[in-house]
Write a protein that binds this ligand. Sequence first.
Ligand code: UDX
Length: 440
Amino acid sequence: MRMTVIGTGYLGATHAACMAELGHEVLGVDVDESKIKSLQAGQVPFFEPGLPEVLERNIAAGRLDFTTDYAQAAQFANVHFLGVGTPQRHGSFAADLTYVRAVIEDLVPKLTGSHIIFGKSTVPVGTARDLQELANSLAGPDTHVEIAWNPEFLREGYAVQDTITPDRIVLGVREEASRAEEVAREVYAQALEASTPLLVTDLQTAELVKVSANAFLATKISFINAVAEICEIAGGDVVALADAIGLDERIGRKFLGAGLGFGGGCLPKDIRAFMARAGELGADQALSFLREVDAINMRRRDRMVDVAKRALGGSVLGRRVTVLGCAFKPNSDDVRDSPALSVAGSLSLAGAAVTVYDPEGMDNARRVFPTLAYATSASKALQDTELVILATEWQEFRDLDPAAAGELVAARHIIDGRNVLDVAAWQAAGWTVEALGRNL
Ligand code: UDX
């Protein structure tokens, strides 16, 4: 099939490359010239394992190209995926739909014939219906445009796998005559053959599925972090507790990783946009618990700063602190709303001499926080430091040898912000180990 993918950020670039990998002919579209140039040259402008290979392979096979030209996109195909960003609006919790609307405004007047636009961006409920009205008002007399919603659930770090073999495909279709399901079945034929469930719903449900999934994940993380707060005061071990409740099949151990909490480009902004939309719908109360989810999450960062201050005798002023990790999670270079970078920044602003090391996130972090010191390796970051904070659980940090690391530092004191270290091994090597939610 021929298709365009409009918006070549994380979601769009991955979707474009993976649709080509499935054998489709794909044109990626973006207004950002530099992004398009880089993608045309086979370079992914962010870190995502496996994606560069998929991109290169499909450009070379002639199935994948990129453009900034909407007229070319309108000519190229009758199936379009919309994957532009919906960031948090400045000064509000609501999602900024400027880019989503701009795609419809730029594309639809150039279309002729019959087209389907599959929205993939995370949007407030009701957006697809509004976009259908907008498209109807912009379409020429012989043009027919259908808007459907096909939310994306990919995780950064596993984006290729999640796109090619998703655990479910959700498709929202409008009430009037719709061709969306028939077309989607062709697009996703390979996954459907492999028995991936396809759930066809109305537009509103499809929009809500995405934000509800992210709100649930955020709630699960904040639940265990709230229990961590109690463990810290009452004397308890949140890791042992999570293992114990996680064995209950109804609960499950995934997303009960207590620590510095969630960040990134999705969970924080999505729960806020969900609350904002509930307010617009007159149902604030239904989602007011998400305020707590957000607050519990942010308190973990403050708690880490407090534990660090206490570890250094009450003040970090002039003290050397190493923060391992600045990406919001491992296998990503994304520092958007990163708990790790937030802790590093707070300690620096409190007067500490902070050195950061991250295998992939440092270029992005440097742009947001140029005043931190960035080391070129974990060993260099550990050199002569008085306190180590593990803030992002990269495998490289999990694999650190406590004895060898101990030779580098000025004081063997580490705070595990992600609860991944082998505490007994670190203690045996003479380290004082502290962790969020545990009394060690
Ligand atoms: C998320 C959703 O998982 C994905 O389905 C959606 O499409 C986009 O948002 P992503 O932002 O890539 O994906 O990251 P995810 O793996 O969900 O992790 C989110 C945050 O939660 C990270 O900061 C991570 O460190 C944190 N986390 C995760 C925890 O603090 N504890 C856990 O147990 C799991």
